[in-house]
Ligand binder design. Structure first.
Ligand code: ADE
Ligand code: ZN
Ligand code: ZN
Length: 320
């Protein structure tokens, strides 16, 4: 099996090399969908990037990121409350009709004012499209990239890659494609072991947090390495189909969103009615879903970035 010109055996070797390297490093905790979910998605993608992709990604990152996409994967959450970025808040999720358990781009992808494309799948389409202008020959890029002189608001591809990496993570959190009336579980209050949280927060943070503490020595990097081993192991036969998009698409967020609302109905909302107590039975049956969604998010982010950057501009143009 060939994975972006890399043979599968080499791919598995590369994944194992990264895992061994990380295990040799002391158990440095990377820090607390929540921050951990986004760090995990980006950390999973990084070892799967082709060399040319890594070079392009690094050229877009600010110097203080020190070459690490993961270090800035939460940036869109950090800024969404600021006045000038408030318009990006609805880009983190999709609200679908209550109990339908289906997603439809034209019906569901809008903000509260009904502006079309203002949701997480619309944002992934938009930032993917912006990034296709990276290093296009100037004459071909002209319709997309206007000179600073004439049009000061030409695309900022640094922001575009940070938004893309973040939103590919968000769209894989099942409750980021949830029901409208409960705002993706945000208004459903439940008990998580001995504490009270809303259901959305449990899926953003607490499932990962409890897993980290119970199974991964309280370290996100240990958890990420365990998921990387599964990507190169029990899921290796599925990774290519996870990464693929129909019709030569570079990203295919409608597929990721449809999976999320289906998982939200089957696992997140099920047995999590307001006031219910969620503990081991819920945790142990949902953790495999969380780990698989983190893996799919990481693998898909890597495939998307490889399609964007690990090619000549010529083949990029031909794809459009
Ligand atoms: N706010 C409204 N709906 C939401 C959702 N599905 N996820 C996160 N925040 C939301
Ligand atoms: Zn977000
Ligand atoms: Zn969330």
């Amino acid at each position: 099996m060939v994975f972006f010109g890399v043979k599968m055996a080499d791919f598995v070797k590369a994944v194992l090399a990264v895992v061994v390297l990380r295990l040799l490093q002391s158990a440095v905790s990377v820090e607390a969908w929540g921050a951990d979910g986004h760090h995990a998605t980006c950390l999973l993608a990084e070892p799967l990037l082709a060399p040319a992709t890594l070079k392009a990604v690094r050229s877009l990152l600010p110097e203080y990121a020190k070459g690490s996409l993961a270090s800035l994967c939460t940036w869109p959450d950090d800024i969404k409350w600021q006045h000038q970025w408030r318009w990006t808040s609805p880009l983190h999720y999709i609200d679908t009709p209550d109990f339908l358990c289906r997603y439809d781009y034209l019906r569901d992808c809008h903000n509260e004012y009904g502006d079309k494309n203002m949701c997480v799948s619309g944002a992934i389409n938009n930032f993917t499209s912006q990034l296709t202008t990276f290093q296009l020959p100037l004459d071909l890029a002209a319709p997309y990239l206007m000179t600073k002189h004439d049009h000061p608001n030409h695309y900022n591809l640094t922001e575009a890659i940070l938004f893309l990496a973040h939103f590919v993570g968000d769209i894989h959190q099942p409750l980021h494609v949830g029901f409208t009336s409960d705002a993706g579980g945000n208004t459903i209050s439940v008990h998580w072991y001995k504490r009270k949280y809303n259901l959305h927060h449990i899926w953003d943070s607490e499932l990962i947090n409890t897993a980290k503490q119970r199974f991964y020595n309280s370290s996100l990097s240990v958890m990420v390495d365990a998921i990387l081993l599964k990507i190169g192991g029990k899921w290796v036969g599925e990774t290519k189909s996870w990464g693929a998009c129909a019709n030569h698409g570079i990203s295919c967020p409608d597929v990721y969103a449809a999976e999320s609302i289906s998982l939200a109905c089957k696992y997140a909302y099920r047995n999590a009615t307001p006031g219910s107590r969620l503990a081991d039975e819920y945790f142990l049956s949902r953790l495999p879903i969380v780990e698989r969604r983190l893996a799919q998010g990481g693998v898909r982010l890597a495939f998307i970035l490889n399609r964007l950057f690990a090619q000549t501009s010529d083949s990029l143009i031909n794809q459009k």
